[in-house]
Design a binder for this molecule. Structure first.
Ligand code: UDX
Length: 461
């Protein structure tokens, strides 16, 4: 009898991003890489809330999770509460969708090789364990932020919190170079909910069931942290595959980017413009907006400022800008609702980035050699700001919140030819290092090698 050869089934990966821009972006970039380089079919299991337009990703299949999160939480008043709600609300529809996918794929041309979920969407783990589907965790922060978050539970158990105001500047135990004030919590709000979130994200109460943990960072950038993580993670492989935006060129923006600002940049002198953006989820009070505005105006430096609609609490957009500000800055300033940030940072006119230090923004800035003025708002941004200013030393941190005098001085120091020279030189050096790093294949610490090993692992099932 003739022997029938069976062609191998195509492998499908399901990706579950947390529905905020800073998380959606690295997940879509990873999906693009795995589709283009690993030959995987990709399903994005997304909430209906804050979804990117699926028509921009014709090569991905989208399926939707019922999340119960209202639209106005796109800039959340209480992020931790929304993240905890997501973990409760999405579970049933995720399980349902996964059952259908596995059922449908079993007899056909495809097999579900695994699910990569954002660390924040930790409800996936139990569902996948029940369904016997392999899981992989994507951590979208730097490695140092992960260690700091894990340490919070220990510090809480040791009775450090609520922390006394006078201890904010003290070194955080076992977390050098972080001070207590750099830890990713707000000391005034929400700590009671935080341990639940952190325990879920880091599987602190059950052994890790995932097949691997993936970080969007580089091993060489965080050598000592990575080695601590490797020591702790002896049972599960870890991959450091950043910066993902240099690995896969995907347009990932949920909001519409205003490309006109690139023309405005074309008219500015080389290295003269301060680009100002605070990411996708931070918000400002009217007073902070006013301090930012006058700090920028008084610095006399040209600036491109992103103010996302809804980011100023109580305003639609920039109605709360102080009287006289727009007249004072005239053509020296350009304010937009959302910018094509990667193109902006790569523009020859941009000489500094005043940033909230989200991890994507930090890596995008490092990759373009743009020095930073660091104004972290919350969470991992505080860890990133400390590393940017005191370890990699490519940034200056505004230590006292948003105050016009400090802002003006910070901008002047950063942009001044002499005062900012060292920081600028170091930032250029990082750009060169990253350029070289993304090309290296042989080095076992390089992200390319980690990506190759990750593809092998995903393909081995
Ligand atoms: C948040 C956290 O702050 C971040 O540290 C974490 O790792 C992910 O969740 P977010 O605050 O939005 O993210 O900041 P960031 O990580 O910097 O991501 C923002 C993204 O939006 C960046 O990729 C940036 O390029 C993009 N962006 C921002 C635009 O495309 N246009 C803009 O105008 C502003």
């Amino acid at each position: 009898m003739e022997k029938r050869t069976q062609s191998p089934k195509r492998r499908r990966l399901v990706l579950v991003p947390c529905p905020y821009q800073g998380h959606i972006t690295p997940m879509l970039q990873l999906g693009t890489f795995l589709h283009n380089n690993g030959g995987f079919s990709i399903t994005i299991a997304h909430t209906r809330f804050n979804s990117p337009d699926p028509s921009n990703y014709p090569f991905f299949q989208f399926l939707y999770l019922d999340d119960g999160i209202p639209k106005h939480e796109a800039i959340p008043a209480d992020l931790i509460a929304v993240l905890l709600d997501l973990n409760v609300n999405c579970r049933a529809s995720f399980e349902d969708q996964m059952r259908r996918l596995i059922g449908g794929g079993g007899a056909g041309e495809e097999v579900v090789a695994g699910v990569i979920y954002d660390e924040v969407m930790f409800f996936c783990e139990e569902v996948l364990s029940d369904l016997k589907v392999r899981s992989f965790i994507l951590r979208t922060t730097c490695a140092a932020a992960s260690l700091a978050r894990m340490a919070l539970v220990r510090l809480n158990d040791e009775g450090y919190f609520p922390l006394k105001e006078c201890m904010l500047q003290d070194p955080a135990p076992e977390l050098h170079p972080l001070r207590f004030k750099d830890l990713p919590i707000s000391l005034t709000t929400g700590f009671t909910k935080y341990p639940t979130l952190v325990k879920g994200m880091y599987n602190l109460e059950t052994p890790i069931k995932a097949e691997a943990i993936i970080w969007n960072t580089m091993e060489w950038l965080e050598e000592s942290t990575v080695s601590q993580i490797k020591t702790k993670s002896t049972t599960v492989p870890v991959f450091f595959i950043g910066p993902l935006h240099r690995t896969a060129s995907a347009r990932t923006s949920v909001l519409t980017e205003d490309f006109n600002c690139l023309q405005w940049l074309d008219e500015q002198a080389d290295g003269s413009v301060v680009y100002v953006a605070i990411g996708s989820i931070a918000s400002l009070g009217e007073k902070e907006l006013g301090e930012m505005a006058w700090g920028l105006a008084n610095s006399q430096q040209p600036f491109l400022w992103v103010v996302q609609p809804g980011a100023v609490r109580g305003s639609e957009w920039i109605e709360a800008l102080p009287d006289g500000f727009l007249e004072a800055v005239g053509g020296r300033g350009c304010v937009v609702k959302w910018a094509p940030q990667k193109e902006v940072l790569a523009h020859r006119a941009v000489g500094g980035f005043w940033s909230h230090c989200g991890w994507n923004s930090s890596m995008e800035s490092l990759s373009e050699g743009v020095p930073m003025l660091c104004s972290p708002c919350f969470g991992d941004q505080k860890v990133n700001a400390r590393y940017l200013s005191h370890v990699w030393r490519v940034g200056l941190q505004l230590e006292n919140g948003l105050e016009r005098g400090e802002i003006e001085n910070g901008i002047k120091r950063l942009m001044d030819e002499e005062q900012g020279r060292e920081i600028r030189d170091r930032a250029k050096h990082f750009k060169e290092k990253i350029e070289a790093h993304v090309k290296v294949e042989e080095d076992q610490c390089s992200s390319r090698t980690h990506l190759k090993d990750l593809v092998s692992l995903l393909s081995s099932f």
